[in-house]
Design a protein around this ligand. Structure first.
Ligand SMILES: Cc1ncc(COP(=O)(O)O)c(C=O)c1O
Length: 386
């Protein structure tokens, strides 16, 4: 079985004596040993036996193994949320005096970790704009250890050329750490472009049904070993129940993402010349400024569409209030379409200048395109635009 999708679907915990077809749940905090010698060997890392679910659990390992098949990575560690995956990757691999180079346009909580938490441990950072390549190299310092970025970015949907960043990381021997949450591995596989670490908030498209929180760090075995050592002792482990849910979700990831993306492309095409919109952004629209990069590294444009309402903040609020079917929610990556207006919600406390620095204009609307019939999604947006 060669294809990663087949391998991911068929990677499964060994059957128990009941011969179940679907995988059982191992809702247990600890595991038993037959004798003292077996227990000693497990604690001495001489065997892979499970000891305690903070360290490892069969359901969690199955989820990780499936993600490794999809991303083409050697190893991984699953965490309780996307943020704990991101935090663990920083804390396990950076130390006092190191410098982190990050794309400016990143998820809000990641920005908080980089600017408020890492400095407490003496870890410095610099931000660079997504596609301002000249500045990326100029921002590298002698103590730079890691490059961190999301592509496509949230919510501005900029697409960063992974081959270009890899060349930079190679030149300066830096760890390349990519948040692949927006694309998912069935659309883009950063490790195939040389990323050392690939991170996911499994809460989004991987679950795809808005049920559980989860995260995962995947990548080169020696780096994951460090992440494992950090997490084993500090405890941000994924629950076996959530791992079971997420692992089952991976079986349908490709078909779901194909439909999310075809619905999103249709929506973007239909909205592109709407008189009430200043612009529409979707990586697979030829008008997207990074369309060529998207075509090179993404199988399709993903499930997020953004547009700018001409009337700014007030138009954004009015648009949300006029929607009849789309959900008003902070999440994304669900079967049900979701609309959000960052300027009046998640980024409402920022000044206009601060918002613009991360690509959030006053009338920006982000649509997480769901699996409802495409004309129902479009129809709700058109009626809300008035
Ligand atoms: C790109 C990206 N990375 C990370 C996260 C954090 O994930 P979680 O909410 O699972 O901690 C999010 C959440 O929205 C996200 O959009």
């Amino acid at each position: 079985m060669k294809h990663p999708i087949s391998r991911a679907i068929r990677t499964q915990i060994d059957r128990t004596g009941e011969m179940e077809h679907s995988q059982p749940m191992f809702l247990t905090s600890s595991f038993c040993f037959h004798d003292a010698e077996e227990m000693r060997a497990a604690f001495a890392d001489e065997t892979d036996d499970n000891i305690y679910s903070r360290f490892s659990n069969p359901n969690v390992q199955e989820f990780v193994d499936r993600m490794c098949a999809l991303e083409g990575t050697e190893a991984g560690f699953a965490t309780a949320s996307g943020m704990s995956a991101i935090f663990a990757s920083f804390m396990a691999l950076l130390k006092q005096g190191d410098h982190l180079l990050s794309c400016r346009s990143i998820f809000g909580s990641t920005h908080t970790v980089i600017t408020k938490i890492l400095p407490k441990y003496g870890i410095e950072h610099s931000y660079v704009d997504a596609v301002d390549w000249g500045r990326w190299e100029a921002a590298i310092r002698p103590n730079t250890k890691m490059i961190y970025l999301e592509t496509p970015t949230n919510p501005a949907l900029e697409v960063i050329d992974l081959s270009v960043v890899r060349a930079l990381a190679d030149k300066y021997k830096l760890i390349l750490n990519i948040d692949n949450c927006f694309a998912t591995p069935v659309i883009q596989q950063p490790a195939q472009f040389g990323a050392d670490l690939v991170i996911h908030s499994a809460t989004k498209w991987l679950d795809g049904q808005g049920r559980v929180l989860g995260g995962v760090v995947l990548g080169r075995r020696e780096l994951i070993k460090e992440v494992y050592q950090f997490c084993r002792s500090t405890g941000p482990s994924l629950s076996p129940f959530n791992a079971w849910v997420l692992s089952k979700s991976l079986e349908t990831l490709e078909v779901r993402m194909d439909r999310h993306a075809s619905n999103a492309l249709y929506l973007a095409q239909q909205l592109e010349n709407h008189p009430k919109l200043a612009w529409v952004k979707y990586p697979y629209l030829p008008s997207h400024p990074h369309h060529d990069i998207a075509k090179k590294q993404m199988k399709n444009g993903g499930g997020i569409v953004c547009f700018e309402l001409k009337g700014g903040i007030d138009a954004g609020r009015q648009f949300l209030n006029s929607l009849k079917m789309l959900s008003l929610s902070a999440n994304l990556g669900d079967t049900r379409s979701i609309a959000s207006h960052p300027a009046s919600t998640t980024h409402g406390k920022l000044t206009e200048e601060e918002r613009m620095a991360v690509g959030i204009s006053a009338g920006l609307i982000r649509i997480s395109v769901g699996l409802e019939y495409r004309d129902d999604i479009l129809g709700d947006i058109l009626q809300a635009l008035g």
